[in-house]
Design a protein around this ligand. Structure first.
Ligand code: FAD
Length: 469
C-alpha cells in the first residue's frame, strides 16, 4: 500500500541518521532533499564549511605558532578567499560523497526535490521544473528540514556587502572591516575567524553580554583574546539601519553611532524551514519561528509523523540533531527509545580560541544552592601546553563538596571541544573526581589537565575539612 515504510524530509544530520537507523532495521526508506543541498545546512553552509574555514585560517595565518616564532609569524602573507574556499570546497565535496555512499550502501533511496504534504501520508516532490512532480506514499514520516538564517525585513541583503551567515562563505574578498550583528555562537565564531585574518571587526549585540549560557570567567577570557585581535564590542546597542554605498556600508545604531565597514554580517537567529511543507495538509502547524512541536520521542501531534533537528528548535546543533534522528527512527519503527539526557549534552563553540563545556555553570549551581568546589588547571603549567604554545588555555572542574561528583566541566583553549568528552564520560558514569585523581594520564598531554584540576579541587576540599575540624 505504501511506497516506503519511512520517508525522511531533509538530508542534514537529523535526516541522515534517521534514514540509516531505519534502514538498519530493514525498513524501506527514502530521503528527500534539493539537489544542491544533500548533506543539509550542516555540510553545505553551516557546520562543515565554517569549521573548515576556521582550520584554514589557523593554518594559513600561523596564529597557533606565534608564541614560538613571534607575533609576525605567518604561513602566507596575502591570504585570499581562494586559499580559504579551496579547502572548504574540498571537505564539502568529500563529505557529500561519504553521505551519498552511506545512503546507497544502506539501500536508502535519495529523492531529489522539494517535499510538501498532500495529506498525512502523501508527499509531493517537486524538482526545479514545476511540471516535474512525483507523489510518494509513506507509512511513517520524519521531518528534518532544518532552518535558514532569519533576515530582518528592514535590511537589504545583497549577498556581497550585506550578508547573512550563509552568504558569508561566498564573499569575493576578505573585508578590511566588518560589522557583525548578533553575538550568538555563529556571529562570534565568524567574528573571531575574520579578526584572525586581520579584518577590523565590530560586534553589535542588543544584550549586555554574550554567550550568557557559558561560564562567565571563560567568556571574559574569550573577550580579552578577541579584543587583542582588534575586535570592538558594542553591547546594549541595536541596529537602526544599514546603508550601502560605493565604498561599502554604513550601519546606524539606535544610540546614534555610525559604523562604516566594508561588510555587514547579520547573524540574528534562524527560522524553521516549514513554509514549503504545507503542514496544514497533514494536520500540523509551526510556530511563528517555523518550529514544530514534538514530544520526548520526537512525535508530532500526528501519531505517525516525527520531527527532529533544528526545525524543532533548541539546542539546534548537528551533534544533537543526529541523535534525535536516530531516536525518532527507533520510535517510528516501534523500538524502545531512551530519553536524551540534556544534562550531559556538550556545547562546543569554535571561536579562536575554542570553548566547550558540559554540565552546570557556577552561576547555575549557586542559584540552585548546590555547594561546590572549583578545581582549575592552566595550560601554561602543563608541559603539553608549553609544547603547543598555548599559555592561555584552562580547564575548570566544578565538583560537589558533598560527594565529590563532577557537576560541570568548562574548557577554554586548544582542543577544548575534544577534551570535554573525558569529563562528560565521568559524569555519564556518575563518577567522582577520585577517578581523575587516581588515574594515570599520558604525558605530556592536555588531558592531564583533568588530573591537575581534580587534585586542585581535592586539596581545596581537604583544606576546608581541616578548618571545619
Ligand atoms: C554557520 C553555522 C555553524 C554551525 N556550527 C555548528 C557546530 O560547530 N557544531 C554543531 O553541532 N552544529 C553547528 N551548527 C548547527 C548545525 O549545522 C545544525 O544544527 C544542523 O545542520 C541541523 O541539522 P538538521 O538535521 O536539522 O538539518 P539541516 O542541516 O538544517 O538540513 C536540513 C535539510 O532539509 C532540506 N529541506 C528543507 N525543506 C525541505 C523540503 N521542503 N523538501 C526537501 N528538503 C528540504 C534542506 O535543503 C536541508 O538540506 C552550525 C550552523 C551554522 C549555520
Amino acid at each position: 500500500m505504501y511506497d516506503y515504510d519511512l520517508l525522511v524530509i531533509g538530508s542534514g544530520p537529523g535526516g541522515q541518521k534517521a534514514a540509516i537507523a531505519a534502514a538498519k532495521l530493514d525498513r524501506r526508506v527514502a530521503i528527500v532533499d534539493r539537489r544542491d543541498m544533500v548533506g543539509g545546512v550542516c555540510i553545505n553552509t553551516g557546520t562543515i564549511p565554517s569549521k573548515t574555514l576556521r582550520e584554514a585560517v589557523l593554518y594559513l595565518t600561523g596564529m597557533t605558532q606565534r608564541e614560538m616564532y613571534g607575533q609576525s609569524y605567518r604561513l602566507k602573507d596575502d591570504i585570499t578567499v581562494g586559499d580559504l574556499s579551496s579547502r572548504t570546497q574540498h571537505v564539502i565535496g568529500r563529505e557529500i560523497d561519504v553521505i551519498r555512499s552511506q545512503l546507497s550502501r544502506n539501500r536508502v533511496t535519495l529523492l531529489i526535490g522539494t517535499a510538501s504534504f498532500i495529506d498525512a501520508h502523501t508527499i509531493s516532490i517537486k524538482g526545479t521544473d514545476e511540471i516535474d512532480e512525483r507523489r510518494v506514499h509513506a507509512e511513517k514520516i520524519i521531518i528534518a528540514t532544518g532552518t535558514r538564517p532569519a533576515r530582518p525585513g528592514t535590511v537589504d541583503f545583497d549577498g556581497r556587502t550585506v550578508v547573512d551567515s550563509d552568504q558569508i562563505l561566498s564573499l569575493d574578498k576578505i573585508p578590511g572591516s566588518m560589522v557583525v550583528v548578533g553575538a550568538g555562537v555563529i556571529g562570534i565564531e565568524y567574528a573571531s575567524m575574520f579578526a584572525a585574518l586581520g579584518t577590523k571587526v565590530t560586534v553589535v549585540e542588543r544584550r549586555d553580554r554574550m554567550l550568557d549560557f557559558c561560564d562567565v570567567e571563560i567568556v571574559e577570557a574569550l573577550k580579552y583574546h578577541l579584543r587583542d585581535l582588534a575586535v570592538t564590542f558594542r553591547f546594549r546597542e541595536s541596529v537602526l539601519s544599514v546603508g550601502r554605498h560605493n565604498g561599502g556600508t554604513l550601519t546606524l545604531l539606535e544610540s546614534g553611532k555610525r559604523l562604516p565597514a566594508d561588510t555587514v554580517m547579520y547573524s540574528a537567529g534562524r527560522q524553521g524551514l516549514t513554509t514549503a511543507l504545507n503542514l496544514a495538509n497533514a494536520g500540523l502547524s509551526a510556530d511563528n519561528r517555523g518550529r514544530i512541536k514534538v514530544g520526548s520521542d520526537f512525535r508530532t501531534e500526528i501519531d505517525h509523523i516525527f520531527a527532529v533537528g533544528d526545525v524543532i528548535g533548541f539546542p539546534a546543533l548537528a551533534a544533537t540533531s543526529m541523535e534525535q534522528g536516530r531516536l525518532a527512527a527507533y520510535a517510528a519503527c516501534g523500538e524502545d527509545v531512551h530519553v536524551m539526557r540534556h544534562d550531559l549534552m556538550p556545547i562546543g563553540i569554535y571561536t579562536i580560541p575554542e570553548i566547550s563545556y558540559v554540565g552546570s555553570t557556577e552561576d547555575e549551581l549557586t542559584e540552585r544552592a548546590v555547594p561546590f568546589e572549583v578545581g582549575v588547571a592552566r595550560y601554561r603549567e602543563l608541559a603539553r601546553g608549553q609544547i603547543v604554545g598555548d599559555s592561555y588555555g584552562m580547564l575548570k572542574l566544578l565538583v560537589s563538596s558533598v560527594d565529590r561528583k563532577l557537576l560541570g566541566v568548562h574548557v577554554f583553549g586548544t582542543g577544548a571541544t575534544e577534551l570535554v568528552h573525558i569529563g562528560q564520560t565521568v559524569m555519564g558514569c556518575d563518577g567522582t573526581i577520585d577517578y581523575l585523581v587516581d588515574a594515570v594520564f599520558n604525558y605530556p598531554t592536555l588531558a592531564e589537565s583533568y588530573k591537575v584540576a581534580a587534585l586542585d579541587a581535592m586539596n581545596k576540599m581537604r583544606a576546608i575539612a581541616r578548618f571545619s575540624g
